[in-house]
Each structure stands twice: as structure tokens, then as C-alpha cells.
Design a protein around this ligand. Structure first.
Ligand SMILES: [Zn+2]
Length: 177
């Protein structure tokens, strides 16, 4: 194994907080977590309490990393839209690289038992859709003003609940005589 973060070859098996088995880099203290082991750990784990954590987290603009076992480039993945935390994921190795402190950050966010969901295409797509909805809302608020936007949003959800919504929309679109 070659450490994706610092290039070290010195790894030792550890149980990171909560008893999750991983390989820890002796030089940078990051951890290599295989999703298979993660899943069995999650099935059997006792409840873990979130520790206080206030350390540094990895920066978004760090260089792309190389998978410790396959040598392929890893994918930098978002955890949520409003948190700067990014994890490195190798689809080839089915493993996640956690920099020192990132596991504790996941615990803080209550997402430590969602690691395999976070790396899934579905989670990542949901984040993208939520982000583009937010961007669209911001643009419409700028264009129409907050008050008009609120009215429109209310009208839209009311329309969505009507059985004959397409006729109603056609009516709204029709030019009055
Ligand atoms: Zn390292």
C-alpha cells in the first residue's frame, strides 16, 4: 500500500474510533477504510458517541490523490452541500481515504454510519440536484424579488397537488381576451 496523502508505505492495522478496522498511515495518520469491512463493522457496532473535534479538515483544492492499492486516481467526494469536508474514494478498491480528523468530522455530522451511502452515485446526484435547486431559487429571487418568489413557490406547490394541474397551467398561460 502507498499512502494517497503522503506517499508513505508504512501502514498498521488499527481500530479507529468506534472500533472500525482500518489501515493507518504511520506518517500522516490518515486511514484507509475498505467498504466491505466498514459494512460488517456497521452491522455489529455498538453505539458510538461523537467526540468533540475542532481540528483542520482537508482542503477542497488539494491535488487529486492516487488509490493506495490500485494506483488509479481517486474521486474527491462531497459529503454535504453546506460542509467543506471532502473525502477521497476509490471505486476500484472500494475504499475511502480519511485524512487525520475526517472520521471525527463524520461523527460530528452524524454521518459516520453512512459512509457507503455517501460514496454512492445516488447520494452524489442528490447533492448536485439540491445545489442546482438552490442556485435556481437564488436566481429567481433576484429576478422577481423575495415577496413575488414566495407567492410563486406557494402557487407552484398548490398547483402540484391539484389533480387537473395541467389544465390550470394552460388556463394561466392562455391570453385573456
Ligand atoms: Zn500518509
Amino acid at each position: 500500500m502507498i499512502c494517497p496523502a503522503c506517499g508513505s508505505r508504512h501502514f498498521a492495522p488499527v481500530k479507529i474510533e468506534g472500533g472500525l478496522p482500518a489501515e493507518r498511515c504511520a506518517d500522516c495518520q490518515g486511514a484507509w477504510v475498505e467498504l466491505d469491512r466498514y459494512r460488517s463493522w456497521r452491522k455489529s457496532r455498538p453505539e458510538v458517541a461523537a467526540p468533540e473535534y475542532a481540528g483542520d479538515i482537508s482542503q477542497v483544492n488539494e491535488p487529486v490523490r492516487v488509490c493506495a492499492t490500485s494506483g488509479r486516481l481517486m474521486t474527491r467526494i462531497k459529503v454535504s452541500n453546506d460542509n467543506p469536508l471532502r473525502l477521497d474514494y476509490s471505486a476500484m478498491a472500494q475504499a475511502v481515504w480519511l485524512d487525520k480528523g475526517e472520521w471525527e468530522r463524520l461523527l460530528d455530522m452524524g454521518l459516520h454510519d453512512q459512509l457507503d451511502a455517501i460514496v454512492s452515485e445516488r447520494w452524489q446526484n442528490d447533492l448536485k440536484h439540491a445545489a442546482s435547486r438552490e442556485r435556481a431559487e437564488k436566481a429567481m429571487r433576484l429576478r422577481f424579488g423575495d415577496a413575488a418568489y414566495e407567492q410563486l413557490a406557494q402557487m407552484r406547490s398548490w398547483l402540484a397537488a391539484q389533480p387537473n394541474q395541467s389544465e390550470m397551467i394552460a388556463f394561466l398561460n392562455a391570453k385573456a381576451d
